[in-house]
Each structure stands twice: as C-alpha cells, then as structure tokens.
Design a protein around this ligand. Structure first.
Ligand code: ACM
Ligand code: ZN
Length: 564
C-alpha cells in the first residue's frame, strides 16, 4: 500500500466512465467470503476498478475511505482518490441508522456503483473487508501486477453473531517485534474480529515499559537462557533473550489497531506468573531473599533444580507454573500494582484490563507470615479466599478508574469479584458457572481454541508444540455458547477467542503457521449464524483464502489446503 495516498485527500472532479460490465453472469465461485455473510444475493454484472474510480465518504468515514483507497491503489498503476463529502463517487461509503447491529453493514455492488453502508464506521470497515475478498487475491501483494480489478455484483446484508471476537498473543515467552504485532492486527481486521488480547507479562519476561519502575524492563525483560526442546527439556541454551515495547511503541500499536476497529486489551498477570516482575523488584515476593528455582522437571518437581546464580531472583528460563508469586500480605505489592496499572490505563483506551488470575500456587502464601496475617485480619477461610481478596482489591481499584476486569476462570475460586468478566479456558465449566452467576463470559476453552496445540495427529510431521491436538476442523466444529445455560444466561456469553501461547513459537513464521488457517475457522464461528455453518462449504472457501495468504506472503498450515 502506498502512503503517499494521504496527500491525495483532495476534491477532484471525475466524469469519466469506468468501463462498466453489465451483463456478465456470475456464479457462486465468484463469492468466497470468510466469515460467511448472513445474507448474500448474487447479481449479474461486474464493477471495473480503474484509474477513474473515486471514493466518496462523509467526514466521519474518512479513516475507512483512506483504508479502502490504499487497498485499491495497491493495484499497479492505479491511484484511487478519496473525495470528502457525500458526492457522487463511484464507490460511496455512508452511515445508515436503519441498520440494527452496531457492527452491521450492507454492501451493494452494481456494474456502475458500489455502496457500503454501516450503522457505524466499524460496520463500514467490515463492508470494506467483504469487498476486499471479492477482489482477486493478487491485490494483497505489495508490488503486484494486477492492472484491472473486476468485482462481481452482489447485495450483502451482514452482522456478527457475537460482540467479542478475539485473538490473544503471548509476547512474553517469546517476544515479537512491533511490525509483526501490526501484521497480526491486520489479520484480525481481515477476519472481521475486533479484539487483540495482548499478554504482556509473564514469568519469562516483562514486555511493557513502566516509567515509574524502570527495572521491570531493564531486568525483567531479559532472561539469561531458555530450556532446549520440549519441557522439561534437554538443557539450557544459556543465551540472553528478551525485549520490550516502549510506551511510544505501544501508543503507535493502539492507534494502528483503533484505525482498524480493534480493541487492544492488555494483560498484566497477577498474582501468579510474576517471576519477571519479582526478578526486577524482589520485595514483591513473599520471600525476597529466597533464590528463584528453575526446575528442569516441572512435572514431578523432583528433577534437577538449577538455583539462580548470584542474585536471589532471576527471570524464569523454563515453562510451567512457578511457586514464587506476588505477596498478598504486603501493602507495597498493591501500591506497586496500582502504579503499574495507572500507566497501563493511560496507554490503553479499552474498557477492559485483563488481570490474569490463573495458575497461582498457594504454597508461598501458606508459609508467609504477612499473607497469613492478611487471611486472619480479613476473616478469610483460606488461600483461595486470599486470591479472591487480591483480585477483588484490584477490581475495586480499576473500577474506580472507570475500567472493568477480565480474569482467567480461576478467579471464580474463593468468590468472583462483583463486576468481573470471566475467560473460560479450562474447558467450558468456568464459563457456565460465571454465566449462571450473571457475569459476562468469553469462551476460550483449550480443547477448541488453543492454537498452541498440534494440528496433525502425527506429531512427527509438525514443528514442536506444547501438546494437544486441535485441527482446523475441530475449531470449525466449536460452538461457543455452552449447553446447560438458559436463554437468559446465554446472553452473558459475549463471544470467543483463540489463545496463542508462545513457549514453542520462537519466530513470527511459526506464529503464522499456528494461527492460520485456524483463526480463519474461528472467525466464521464467532461471526456467522450457527445454522449457516457448513464444513464442506467453509473448506471450499478456505482454498481461496489460502491464495490470499500466499499473496500476502504468510506462512500457514496446509493440512486442509489442496494446491491446484
Ligand atoms: C492459561 O492457559 N493458563 C490461561
Ligand atoms: Zn506473602
């Protein structure tokens, strides 16, 4: 796409005709959109895009008009112009208050005119994504040789099934550069998904600059080695590894996502998965002087233990669940977290902050005098209620700042924080329980939407993964609204998200391989009406989507792709 287009936002007068094609008979083959639209009516004729094509849009849709102009102008030798105002461009973007769904749109392509209407700019943006998929895959290549685009005539009325359609990415186990995060956001947008859950902190690395606590990135963003091979591994590579995003970079990414109608939800893990923060600021631990233990064998915990060298606390070098967590008895822990969250809130306009809450062992709290004193003073029953106290306290703080929390389903244990949204990952049970308590729920069950799982039964054919097996067909077979909920309770299921944990994803190519085409399947699950789901039909459209992946230079799993 060409950035010089920005300077073309100017009023021009075009009267030339765009070589219309009225009488061409189109067939289903011409319409290969994923996710499948709610209603698609095939029409005859084709709209030709050429150098006379112009886009007209009202001021509030300028962002969308520029986005579309850039897509269309990626065709060789064509510069498509955007005309501000409701004038008579050949492509018109407009808002239509009669469309019921906030994210809904209509797309009308006739031989001589294209109209995209949305209730909101977001709806118009999704209409543009459908239009994009009606064009040849070749337009996705930056320096392509497509000289003419013809778009089949159509009438589409479309809106999503769920309001939450997300992709998660763990940038802590492995770190991915800003350019890749933008590519990931572009993929989310292409699939009409609307949320990027950015997992920014972990035992193995702290990835977000916090100005008040510089050691979080000076120390916490770097580990001195990584286990080799599948956990428990065959050794440690002893290589320094890490990286982090500056606040300026984060602002740039949030802006980029906002322009693509994607909400970025940051995750700051607490009280567990906090070894990197503890390495930077040992006072956060129940036992600041105890050395970090790096287990070679987390399964039995009887394996070789490598004690941290020199300093008592180091950033973790292996995967799993660590005992050293934030102390729940020390007031300084809460002051630290509130300071961190203040800076996070200032960076992310999202209504939600994800506070983690998963996999927090209670052993340290059990032997920590401060934590035990907190249990006594607060009249708590046990360490599970202490975890609930921790989460509820963070929720209260964030609610006061106008934010809502999301937590993994462990936050149900010991009592759910009053306004929390639950992310159900250990199957669907947590989601059902939370919805029955009338809490919002996002379904991310491991069996269907953990994209760190293998994609083929024969693991020898696959790059190393964490385990499990989730094929693209398994994803497509997933039904996000769990059984066992009344019609009223079902309304609390906001949608679904795939989780992409990066223990074994060392490169961006590998991430692409693990998400594609599984995220393409998920996009249809969260958008298209349940009754319209059809595996054979999806599989046929997927073949065309693969051509688009190829044109975009993406690495993807080919188990379901039949090459012509
Ligand atoms: C998780 O997968 N530990 C949320
Ligand atoms: Zn403690």
């Amino acid at each position: 796409m060409r950035s010089f287009l920005l300077i073309l936002i100017t009023t021009i007068i075009t009267t030339a005709c765009s070589n219309p094609k009225k009488d061409i008979i189109n067939t289903e083959q011409d319409y290969q959109i994923i996710p499948k639209p709610v209603k698609l009516e095939i029409m005859n004729g084709r709209f030709m895009i050429d150098s006379n094509t112009t886009i007209a849009a009202e001021k509030s849709l300028e962002n969308e008009a520029i986005y579309l102009a850039e897509i269309l102008s990626s065709v060789a030798n064509i510069e498509i112009l955007f005309r501000p105002g409701n004038g008579n461009g050949k492509i018109v973007l407009k808002r239509d208050a009669s469309i019921a769904n906030d994210e809904g749109y209509t797309l009308s392509v006739a031989y001589n005119k294209i109209i995209i209407s949305g209730k909101t700019a977001k709806g118009v943006f999704y209409g543009i994504q459908s239009l994009r998929q009606l064009m040849p895959a070749g337009i996705e290549t930056e320096k392509n040789d497509v000289t003419k685009i013809s778009i089949p005539a159509v009438l589409i009325e479309d809106s999503p099934r769920y309001t939450y359609r997300g992709m998660h990415l763990d940038v802590a186990r492995h770190f991915f550069p800003v350019e890749f995060i933008k590519k990931y956001i572009d993929l989310i947008a292409m699939h009409k998904m609307n949320t990027f859950h950015w997992h920014l902190t972990e035992d193995q690395g702290w990835r977000i600059e916090i100005k008040k606590y510089p050691k979080l990135t000076e120390v916490g963003a770097w580990r001195n080695g990584t286990i080799i091979g599948h956990h428990p591994g065959t050794g440690n590579d002893e290589k320094k590894y890490g990286g982090f995003y500056t606040q300026d970079e984060i602002k740039g990414i949030v802006k980029y996502a906002t322009e693509r109608h994607i909400t970025v939800i940051p995750e700051i893990e607490l009280p567990g998965h906090s070894a990197a923060a503890i390495a930077a600021y040992p006072f956060l631990s129940c036992f600041p002087k105890e050395k970090t233990i790096i287990y070679d064998d987390m399964g039995s915990k009887k394996g070789k233990q490598i004690q941290a060298k020199g300093t008592p606390k180091i950033v973790q070098e292996t995967w799993g669940v660590m005992d050293d967590v934030f102390c729940a008895g020390n007031e300084d822990t809460f002051a630290f977290l509130e300071d961190v969250l203040d800076e996070v809130i200032a960076l992310f306009p999202s209504q939600y902050i994800h506070i983690g809450g998963d996999e927090c062992p209670k052993g340290n709290w059990n032997r920590c005098p401060s934590c035990q004193e907190r249990i006594q003073k607060q009249g708590l029953k046990d360490e599970h209620e202490l975890q609930s106290y921790f989460i509820q306290r963070m929720e209260k703080y964030l609610n006061k700042k106008g934010k809502k929390i999301i937590g993994w389903d462990e936050i149900l244990e010991g009592g759910l924080a009053p306004n929390a949204t639950v992310m159900s990952w250990r199957g669907t049970k947590g989601g059902v329980e939370a919805a029955k308590q009338h809490h919002d729920v996002i379904m991310t069950p491991g069996h269907s939407v953990y994209f760190d799982h293998y994609q083929d039964e024969n693991k020898d054919n696959e790059p190393l993964a964490i385990g499990g097996l989730t094929t693209v067909k398994d994803v497509y077979s997933y039904e996000p609204t769990p059984i066992g909920l009344s019609a009223e309770e079902q309304k609390f299921v906001l949608g679904s998200q795939a989780n992409v944990w990066s223990e074994y994803m060392k490169t961006t190519d590998y991430v692409e391989y693990m998400i594609l085409p599984r995220m393409t399947a998920l996009s249809e699950i969260v958008w298209t009406p349940k009754d319209a789901k059809n595996w054979e039909d999806f599989d046929a459209r997927l073949q065309h989507m693969a051509e688009r992946y190829d044109a975009m230079g993406l690495n993807y799993a080919k188990h379901n792709i039949i090459k012509k």
